[in-house]
Design a protein around this ligand. Structure first.
Ligand SMILES: C[S@@+](CC[C@H](N)C(=O)[O-])C[C@H]1O[C@@H](n2cnc3c(N)ncnc32)[C@H](O)[C@@H]1O
Length: 230
């Protein structure tokens, strides 16, 4: 199993947050979407309920709903204590306050849990680890990755980031990654060399502002396409 449960704190965002973090339009939502590292977010469940087509890939999906529920119950109080303590470090624009954020996270994670078993049977939740995605070439219109690459992968190499994004671009026509910060407020050390590496490999790479900012300065997403006409 790739998830080390003793260190894992489940933390899931909502469909509304995904809309803002990735500037998703109705056209984006009408295509086939791959959610990399969607974890316990409710994006897959909520998009499916709206008639969208989505597959999420994350090592977390090796666990059963009961195992994930226990992880949430065991770690949520400490995560909330930490947010109360550090609240002045964040921007309370999209999220009103610590209490509202906590409520939203729990609602999102319980929505995810209620969908997981059925979603696995439908093939919407696949266990997998970047930089490998167990899906075929160009199956998707858009791949998104929220709060994993750059943010949780400081200890990984730049090549891991390049390989992971190239793998997402193999499977989807367009890739969006958000946010691009490490340690809460600093541009990840991997962003600029990853952009250079992807451009050298022939990808078109852009930085775009989005209307979501929780970590100060964390209001940009990376957009990558392999088709120069896009
Ligand atoms: C902070 S959570 C973000 C969850 C969700 N994207 C959101 O924004 O609410 C990071 C996720 O990355 C996943 N992850 C860890 N290693 C991974 C890997 N090698 N490939 C893909 N996802 C991974 C974790 O399991 C976790 O669910």
């Amino acid at each position: 199993m790739s998830i080390r449960t003793e260190t894992y704190t489940p933390w899931g965002r909502t469909f509304e947050e995904y809309l803002t973090m990735f500037s998703l339009t109705d056209t984006d939502l009408s295509g086939k979407i791959l959610g990399c590292s969607d974890g316990p977010s409710s994006f897959n469940s909520e998009l499916t309920q709206r008639g969208g087509q989505i597959v999420s890939v994350d090592p977390l999906y090796e666990l059963t709903p009961d195992q994930i529920r226990k992880l949430i119950d065991d770690t949520y109080p400490e995560a909330m204590r930490s947010f109360h303590y550090k609240k002045s470090l964040f921007i309370w624009k999209n999220l009103r306050n610590v209490h509202a954020m906590g409520r939203m996270r729990l609602d999102a994670m319980y929505e995810f849990l209620s969908d997981l078993e059925w979603g696995k049977m439908e093939g919407r939740y696949l266990a997998g680890n970047l930089p490998i995605i167990p899906l075929t070439d160009q199956e998707f219109d858009l791949a998104v990755c929220s709060h994993y690459l750059f943010t949780s992968t400081t200890h990984m190499t730049t090549q891991f980031h390049i390989n992971s994004i190239a793998e997402m671009a193999r499977v989807a026509k367009e890739v969006r990654v958000f946010p691009l910060l490490e340690n809460g407020a600093v541009l990840s050390r991997h962003v600029l060399p990853t952009i250079a590496g992807l451009r050298d490999a022939g990808y078109r790479v852009r930085l775009e502002m989005v209307d979501y900012e929780f970590l100060p300065g964390g209001d940009r997403m990376l957009t990558v396409t392999s088709d120069p006409t896009n």
